[in-house]
Design a protein around this ligand. Structure first.
Ligand SMILES: C[S@@+](CC[C@H](N)C(=O)[O-])C[C@H]1O[C@@H](n2cnc3c(N)ncnc32)[C@H](O)[C@@H]1O
Length: 351
């Protein structure tokens, strides 16, 4: 590998992933050069110096290793009929060493070829899975391995954390990493947090590592998710901050009542279904609390859903003092994966 001296950004480790994503999104990161990292900083080779507020970085001159030039896209390796080439997906999900890809019906007979080309073009990937959309109560999906090693277990890394995941037994989305960090950054010291639908516990662990909560209660009904959550808490050394509970989220208020626990912040990441659990959240929140409510909704239905939540809160003498809707990603045309950040307050009733 040859060395190239050029302009780079020198960024403290904790901030680096966020900046790397920003640079990629804005086409500012040089992808022909290798990112360099030492104990304290990450050095990112850039095309131009970005203008980002509130971020601690320094511009430097540095020698970066140059990647060998090679065809980058799996499409460069594949041989499918010309008239079908435009149907080849432009994106797919990467979870640890596994690629999850959806294929239109017309391309399914070429699935093996597509799998092999994805393996060739992604050096660190061991397994390619053809997937269906997530379904059912546990939000899992049907998976078919179309190339590579025949297993669905992997370790996914983000923001210096490790998540052991079985993509066929539990829900996990690498696309939510920025959202998880956003929530962790909002947590105030000593909060009691409830991660109501924790899955393999990525929100809980991000909070336990990057904020200073009193405790995070991580709940899931899927026993496989609970098993992975427990393991992930161990491997990320946050056993003292996270308690995993195998339970239906609708039952959790009983334990909280018995033990006198109140939640300062609740994370409700169960799109399509979370609204059904909202009345149970209202039973466990402190006098002042924050609820991160996730859903997948058409643009025109967002207001209606918020009105429903507000109505339920009012019935329980709780008011929303602040509301913020964040569109995390597009799910379908005019349909969004959203988070509603709700600040809630118990009303003081006159005696
Ligand atoms: C969309 S996944 C979110 C997982 C995790 N928060 C994440 O971001 O990766 C929703 C999770 O809720 C769990 N779940 C579904 N119904 C539940 C219930 N009634 N009580 C507790 N957990 C439930 C599912 O098993 C699944 O792991």
């Amino acid at each position: 590998m040859s060395l190239v001296e050029t302009t780079g950004l020198c960024i403290p480790l904790k901030e680096a992933e966020k900046i790397r994503k920003y640079l990629i999104k804005n086409n500012l990161l040089r992808n022909d050069l290798k990112i360099y990292k030492d104990n304290r900083f990450v050095y990112l080779p850039v095309k131009n110096i970005p203008e980002i507020d509130n971020i601690n970085f320094q511009v430097c001159k540095k020698k970066f290793k140059q990647y060998k030039l090679k065809p980058k896209l799996y499409k460069d390796y594949i041989n499918v009929p010309k008239e079908l080439r435009h149907e080849l997906p432009t994106s797919y999900d990467i979870i640890g060493g596994i690629i999850l890809i959806k294929l239109p019906e017309k391309l399914r007979k070429y699935k093996q070829k597509i799998g092999e080309s994805l393996l060739k073009s992604n050096k660190n990937i061991k397994t390619i899975c053809l997937i269906e959309p997530v379904t059912g109560e546990y939000r899992t999906r049907n998976i078919e391995i179309i190339a590579g090693e025949k297993h669905t277990n992997t370790i996914h890394k983000e923001y210096g954390l490790k998540f052991n995941v079985d993509v066929s037994k539990t829900y996990f989305s690498s696309r939510l990493s920025g959202e998880r960090k956003r929530i962790a950054d909002l947590v105030k010291p000593c909060e009691t947090i409830v991660d109501m639908f924790t899955g393999v516990a990525p929100f809980s662990i991000m909070i336990a590592k990057y904020a200073h909560p009193k405790i995070v209660y991580s709940i899931d009904k899927n026993k496989d998710a609970v098993r992975f959550a427990q393991e992930n808490i161990k491997i990320n050394n946050v056993l003292d901050k996270v308690e995993v509970i195998h339970s239906d989220a609708k039952e959790i208020y009983k334990k909280f009542d018995l033990e006198g626990i109140k939640a300062d912040r609740v994370i409700m990441n169960l799109p399509f279904m979370a609204y059904k659990f909202f009345p149970y959240v209202l039973k466990i929140i402190a006098a002042n609390s924050v609820i991160h409510y996730y859903d997948i909704l058409k643009e025109e239905n967002i207001k209606k859903r918020i009105s429903y939540l507000e109505k339920k809160a009012n019935e329980n003498k709780i008011e929303f003092t602040k509301l913020k809707v964040i569109k995390i990603k597009t799910y379908a045309p005019r349909e969004f994966y959203i988070c509603v950040d709700i600040t809630a307050k118990k009303k003081i009733m006159p005696m």
